[in-house]
Design a protein around this ligand. Structure first.
Ligand code: SDX
Length: 392
């Protein structure tokens, strides 16, 4: 069980560790955070409550949640000099690169967050990051859009404040029952943790060298950026828009996805663990219809997405390879309906994943796990003798 590195036949090293945070069953499509099903949490909890659950292991009482939120509010100011770093980026910079850089730069303004060993010191670093990360996300969006930066309003709830800092309507009151807030809450919860995925494993292995929480999260952001991982949500919309521009010919793209000589893959399909269905995709697909309906938005790519899904679920190639829609297939459609630019979709994934990354980092540090050091199967040359360059 714990600490065993199992090498599957393809030598795809599937590193393993012990964790008490998230449980996945890929065959049955089960996802639970600290024992609670993703379906219940997405329906009944809010994002800050789920963040508390993931990080500290229990659903908070009202007082515990209020104190957590108050501690976060006390840390919500980001040093004014951080803006100089933000301003040094060209508008064309990809927001994931900006966010990874700003998160790493936060270390310089919060040096006490690096060498943490006690739970209290870890708590202070966690609260700082939970407070400042959404500001960096909002700044990244507003920089891209050429909008003035918004400092938020501590009188608002956690997700309401994120909405205020991000979206263009600074004078719009964001309330708990607002369609936008409920959609954001649900999306952030659905992305909050997912056991030892690529970016979380990155956070754990960087954290295992005691490089500090902010450095570990910055590394996780870079890992999430890739189109095979969190970057897929941006790639899905770009793919769907390409199919729409090409006359909506989904059969042509299904054929491309099956053609071994064609590098095209159906983005948003397939998963390392889910070999049945991704429970998050089911919830997001239902939410996409609800949110677009509530906002009175019609999006032609939603129809293309549903057509692709139907074709893929009936296609032997996809059935044989157990390829189903994953969390990224429908999420971009909701982000777009909320007015979030495509290049910001993976940043939204990072915002949701933050509490999961923090929880996994905290668990690894509290368990005093040794520095990560994956091993390999050596398949290179045997011992050989050096040859002078003039004799080669
Ligand atoms: C996330 O790990 C996590 O939990 C990640 C995540 C999280 O919450 O952190 O769930 C978030 O990253 C979701 C995945 C987002 N990525 C994409 O949607 C990109 C498209 N999907 C693929 O690239 C792929 O499915 C992966 C990367 C997700 C999984 O890759 P695997 O398990 O290594 O699968 P594989 O590459 O070994 O492929 C197995 C077969 C191959 O065909 P054969 O060689 O057996 O003939 O399935 C084919 C692949 O060619 N295949 C696809 C495909 N995905 C796999 N063919 C067409 N389209 C696809 N999307």
């Amino acid at each position: 069980q714990s600490g065993i590195i199992t090498l599957d036949p393809g030598y795809k090293n599937t590193g393993s560790c012990e964790s008490a945070i998230t449980y996945l069953d890929g065959e049955k499509g089960i996802l639970r955070y600290r024992g609670y099903t993703i379906e219940e949490l997405a329906e009944k909890a809010d994002f800050l409550e789920v963040a508390y659950l993931l990080i500290f292991g229990e659903l908070p009482t009202r007082d515990q949640l209020d104190k957590f939120h108050e501690d976060i509010k006390d840390q919500s100011v980001v040093d004014e000099d951080m803006k100089k770093i933000l301003d040094s980026f060209p508008k064309s910079a990809h927001p994931m690169g900006v966010l990874a850089s700003l998160t790493s730069a936060l270390i310089a303004f919060n040096p006490s967050s690096v060498n943490v060993s006690s739970e209290e010191e870890m708590y202070r670093a966690i609260v700082k990051l939970m407070a400042k990360f959404p500001v960096l996300v909002a700044w990244t969006l507003r920089k891209k859009e050429g909008m003035p930066l918004d400092y938020g309003d501590d009188a608002l709830g956690y997700v309401e404040n994120i909405a205020k800092m991000m979206f263009k309507k600074p004078n719009k009151e964001y309330r708990k029952n607002d369609v936008v807030i409920n959609a954001l809450d649900k999306l952030l919860i659905l992305h909050a943790d997912h056991e030892q995925n690529c970016s979380t494993s990155t956070v754990r292995i960087v954290g295992s060298s005691h490089a500090g929480l902010f450095a570990s999260i910055s590394a996780g952001i870079s890992a999430l950026w890739g189109p095979l991982h969190g970057g897929a949500n941006q790639a899905v919309i770009e793919m769907l828009e390409g199919i729409k521009a090409d006359g909506g010919d989904t059969k042509k793209y299904m054929a491309k996805a099956k053609d071994k000589n064609d590098p095209f893959r159906l983005m948003g399909f397939g998963h390392r663990v889910y070999k049945n269905f991704d429970p998050r995709a089911r919830i997001i697909k239902k939410a996409a219809d609800e949110v677009l309906g509530d906002l009175g938005v019609t999006d032609p790519v939603l129809g293309i997405a549903k057509g692709l899904e139907k074709e893929a679920l009936e296609d032997q190639y996809f059935v044989d390879r157990k390829l189903y829609p994953n969390v990224d297939f429908y999420s971009g459609i909701i982000y777009r309906a909320l007015g979030i630019p495509t290049e910001m979709f993976t940043v939204m994934f990072a915002l949701g994943r933050l509490p999961g990354w923090i929880a996994q980092w905290r668990e690894m540090r509290l368990r005093n796990e040794p520095i990560g050091r994956p091993r390999q199967v050596y398949v290179g040359e045997n011992k050989r003798t050096f040859i002078d360059i003039d004799k080669r």
